[in-house]
Design a protein around this ligand. Structure first.
Ligand SMILES: [Zn+2]
Ligand SMILES: [Zn+2]
Ligand SMILES: [Zn+2]
Length: 271
């Protein structure tokens, strides 16, 4: 090959190699930039207390629970399709699954779920998506109450009134205050300032209550002294609901309270 041609060939190869190196450098730079921006995101975007899942079974549990929730809504098979029916049905479905018994029996794993749902609730509240925030807060509250009454035995039974109010209360004060006092960050402080002067509302447990959406100023409500799990707007509503409430909830909770008190007293007498 004449030397000129060889030189041209060499130059072409060199140019090709240079182009290749340039592309590789550009790719590396893009990758680096992407890594940097994801790192920045991790630093600057708050997770509101939820650390990326380290326990696979909890991640699986949470995602299946949300699938169950969506499935109950899509099926529309509940006789009275209230938000409460959907969340309760999805929790019942999960509780009946044997593969998750290690989650249901482990307070540590349950706490991870609480943190996860608090974080989701906070995220949606900051985006003013209050409906979703309520659902997530309700799940967090359910697991919190479950840990206290079923796993740690620090209270006689789950506080149903609190769980219901988070989901159904028409005011944002109840919801934002619940979340704000449980997350480790200050992401809801501003929002809390705006809503804290609004009245906290409560749900009258009488299904035939005449108040709009059965909502009343919480400070004026009467509480069932036997179970402490039901609130009413008036004595009339409490009397009207008594037969149903006694059968559905009150007897069961009253029994749990009696047995809890008995255990506490025998613990004390042993000391
Ligand atoms: Zn935050
Ligand atoms: Zn009422
Ligand atoms: Zn009661």
């Amino acid at each position: 090959m004449p030397s000129r041609k060889r030189a041209q060939g060499k130059a072409r190869m060199k140019a090709k190699a240079m182009a290749k190196t340039k592309t590789a450098v550009a790719e590396a730079a893009t990758n680096q930039q992407q890594e940097l921006s994801s790192l920045m995101q991790q630093i600057y975007m708050c997770n509101h207390g939820h650390v990326p899942w380290q326990v696979d079974i909890c991640a699986k549990f949470a995602s299946e629970l949300l699938n169950e929730y969506n499935a109950t809504i899509n099926r529309g098979d509940s006789p009275s399709p209230s938000p409460r029916t959907h969340t309760i049905k999805s929790l019942q479905a999960m509780n009946s699954k044997e593969e998750y018994s290690e989650v249901w029996n482990d307070a540590g794993k349950m706490k991870l779920l609480v943190a996860y749902f608090l974080s989701l609730g906070t995220k949606h509240a900051t985006e003013e998506n209050m409906w979703a925030a309520r659902v997530y807060a309700h799940y967090a509250c359910f697991f919190e109450e479950y840990i206290a009454s079923e796993l740690n035995n620090t209270q006689a039974s789950m506080n149903r009134a609190k769980m219901v109010e988070l989901l159904c209360a028409s005011d944002d004060h109840t919801l934002i205050s619940y979340l704000k006092h449980r997350i480790p960050c200050t992401c809801l402080n501003e929002m809390y300032k705006q809503v804290k002067s609004t009245k906290k509302m409560g749900l009258c447990f009488n299904e035939h209550c005449s108040h709009p959406d059965r909502m009343v100023d919480r400070d004026t409500m009467l509480n069932c002294t036997r179970c402490r799990s039901a609130n009413y707007c008036s004595r009339e509503c409490q009397v009207a609901d008594w037969t149903r409430h006694k059968k559905m909830l009150c007897d069961e909770v009253a029994k749990a309270i009696a047995s809890f008190n008995f255990k506490q007293n025998s613990k004390l007498s042993q000391i």
